[in-house]
Design a protein around this ligand. Structure first.
Ligand SMILES: NC(=O)c1ccc[n+]([C@@H]2O[C@H](COP(=O)([O-])OP(=O)(O)OC[C@H]3O[C@@H](n4cnc5c(N)ncnc54)[C@H](OP(=O)(O)O)[C@@H]3O)[C@@H](O)[C@H]2O)c1
Length: 284
């Protein structure tokens, strides 16, 4: 029986596998799946069972999840297809006789007005209706969502439409460590975790990036329609521009602010404060 981590070729899934190994999980008990198993060749060398799985290919999922005891379903990236894809993973986990499926969701997925969360809410419902114990890992924002755009910020400033709203941020590896705790320890079945670190404004993020880089990053607060135009002007397709502008509307409304208690409990320590998290993300 094994622990299966899907999307292990992605930043988050990889960090979960690394955290499981760092905590002494037997590599032979771990299955890491990807559409691109060749990207996980180093894990094969370390004794991890790497299997090919495409969320859009149920036969590949059945093969990849064979023998699974616990499954971490990492949400996919193909907007509009994700409910069907995630449903296929959940069905394969049930067919494999898994005892637990944990799913990476979004803050307050079942009740939020955030457009981005609709597929997460639908997936949560499929999982809750499935004959398997569920854990909902409602990850708030990665700090890397911001530090990954530092070049743009240095050129144009950090443009947002959040007003005084706060967004809970933590390092991707901290959310990954929390997921590893859920996979390695008992007592999580049926739990919904609202996970996030320090709740910060975009102005505070701009200040933290300025401090870490030694270069001034201005913060420009605009309206949601103005942000959408900025994103369109930067070349984003209309649906993406609408979705990202809607995220800022959600932040302004407090929909991405969660208490740090759940992440603190799963980590066994407080998540890093913003300035340290930004520094670590930028040095990675
Ligand atoms: N909370 C946040 O701030 C935040 C931010 C960004 C994303 N997310 C969500 O969290 C997830 C993990 O984040 P991340 O940073 O690891 O993203 P990432 O680095 O972009 O990785 C995405 C992963 O999803 C896999 N994937 C996509 N479509 C798939 C499919 N049809 N079948 C199998 N695997 C598929 C990719 O596999 P391949 O290598 O085969 O492409 C990759 O491993 C994302 O997929 C997204 O749903 C959350």
């Amino acid at each position: 029986m094994s622990i299966v981590v899907t999307a292990a070729s992605g930043h988050f899934g990889r960090a979960v596998v690394e955290s499981l190994l760092a905590r002494g999980a037997d590599p032979a008990s771990l299955v890491a799946t990807s559409r691109r198993p060749e990207a996980l060749a180093d894990l094969v060398e370390r004794g991890v069972d790497v299997r090919r799985a495409d969320y859009s290919d149920p036969a590949s999922l059945r093969r990849a999840l064979e023998g699974a005891e616990k499954v971490l379903l990492v949400s996919g990236t193909e907007f509009g297809q994700r409910v069907a894809q995630h449903t296929a993973v959940i069905e394969a986990a049930v067919e494999a006789g898994a005892s637990l499926v944990a799913y990476t969701s979004a803050p307050y997925a079942a009740t939020t007005s955030l457009a981005l969360a609709a597929e997460h809410a639908a997936t949560e419902q499929v999982l809750l209706d499935a004959p398997v114990a569920a854990v909902l890992l409602r990850n708030a924002w990665y700090v890397e969502n911001y530090t990954g755009q530092v070049e743009t910020y240095l050129e144009h400033g950090l443009v947002g439409a959040t007003g005084d709203g706060r967004v809970s941020v933590a390092l991707r590896r901290e959310y990954a460590e929390a997921a590893a705790t859920v996979l390695l320890t008992d007592g999580h079945a049926g739990t919904t975790y609202e996970l996030g670190g320090e709740a910060v404004t975009l102005a505070e993020i701009a200040a933290a990036v300025s401090e870490a880089t030694g270069r001034e990053v201005a913060h420009h607060d605009v309206t949601v329609p103005e942000l959408e135009q900025v994103l369109l002007g930067a070349g984003l397709p209309e649906p993406a521009a609408q979705t990202y502008a809607d995220v800022d509307r959600g932040i302004a409304a407090g929909e991405l602010q969660v208490p740090a208690d759940d992440l603190t409990r799963l980590l066994g320590r407080a998540p890093l404060p913003l300035r340290d998290a930004v520094r670590e993300a930028l040095s990675a």
